[in-house]
Design a protein around this ligand. Sequence first.
Ligand SMILES: Nc1ncnc2c1ncn2[C@@H]1O[C@H](COP(=O)(O)OP(=O)(O)OP(=O)(O)O)[C@@H](O)[C@H]1O
Ligand SMILES: [Mg+2]
Length: 354
Amino acid sequence: MFLAAPRRTGKSTFLVHDLLPELMARGATPVYVDLWSQKSADPGALINEAVRKVLDKQGKGVLGRIRGAGVTKAGLGSWLSFDLEKLSLSGGATLANGLSALVRKGEGPVVVIVDEAQQALKSEAGRDAMFALKSARDTINLDPTLTDGRPAALGLVFTGSHRDKLASLVTGRDQPFFGSRIRDFPLLGRDYTEAYGRHINGLLPPDRRIDASEIREAFDIVGRRPQYLHSAVTRYATGDLGGEREFDSLLQLAQDERETHWDSYRRQWSALDHLQQAVLRRIIAEGDRFRPFDADSLAAYAAAIGEPIGAKDVQQALDGLREQELVVRLERGRYSLEDPSMADWLRAETGPSE
Ligand SMILES: Nc1ncnc2c1ncn2[C@@H]1O[C@H](COP(=O)(O)OP(=O)(O)OP(=O)(O)O)[C@@H](O)[C@H]1O
Ligand SMILES: [Mg+2]
């Protein structure tokens, strides 16, 4: 399963605080790895390490029970038929071997959850690990001794904050999960704003209580990002300490939060030349259909700039946008925003059709 949602909307919190406990409660063994947890580490190594750690922990638990029962000489080697240290290194057991061992020894399904999975494509080892996970899924789920009557014994969940980059794992026949579909990770909604509203109103003086619908609206303004709602509410609750300002409305404060965030887009935008702005607009407007050099695109740039534009100019503009890390080039000439939330800002700032 592939799930995508924008930055800071609560993906990791959901995975760690809701999904992992739920899986364990249902007798599954989760393996969680966040590929952003150590920016400098190789994503492939992080995935292997996560599987190794869970195997190690489970093995030690089992060994503890064996030793407790009076068998003194048992070691991890006797529990596993391979050397854990060499998992997925050359000459060692494969990731699929490791995961099969987890299913067999854990006596329940295993679910591997890779947070910010698009990051795997950043290295050869990361790509290899993704292929290894795919192959493990296929071999394990086709083995009746492992599935044991269940529909599957190995589940894979991949999440990401960049839908287009995540899609790189599923578009193209040469990609590991070709044919899978990316779904929207549901954002926090009414349940959350109502629970939060009850909590906050319990703390505020009666004349400062906030209406549930106002909290909901403020949450929408900040793109359903809890952190920004919290700061708006905190500022609302504390007021303008020592300042001249009247108590602000929550909606105004939510807009302030958003503005702070948007100012950086504004700065980046105003540093671009007209053609770069036109190309960026086109990328946002066309999404997956964007073709930088086709006749329609060239006509759109020309209309925006007021003079004819050639493919060479467009190439230069694209290179500039990539150098400034506003645009990323994906496989097969697909282009996307480096930060997809910039599209929300641009639409709000200038209207969709301009
Ligand atoms: N259900 C929730 N209730 C309250 N706060 C939440 C909830 N979910 C997330 N948060 C808060 O929102 C912020 C962002 O959460 P989190 O890091 O899980 O998001 P994310 O989508 O994984 O972000 P990133 O794209 O940076 O990885 C954190 O400060 C977190 O504490
Ligand atoms: Mg996260």
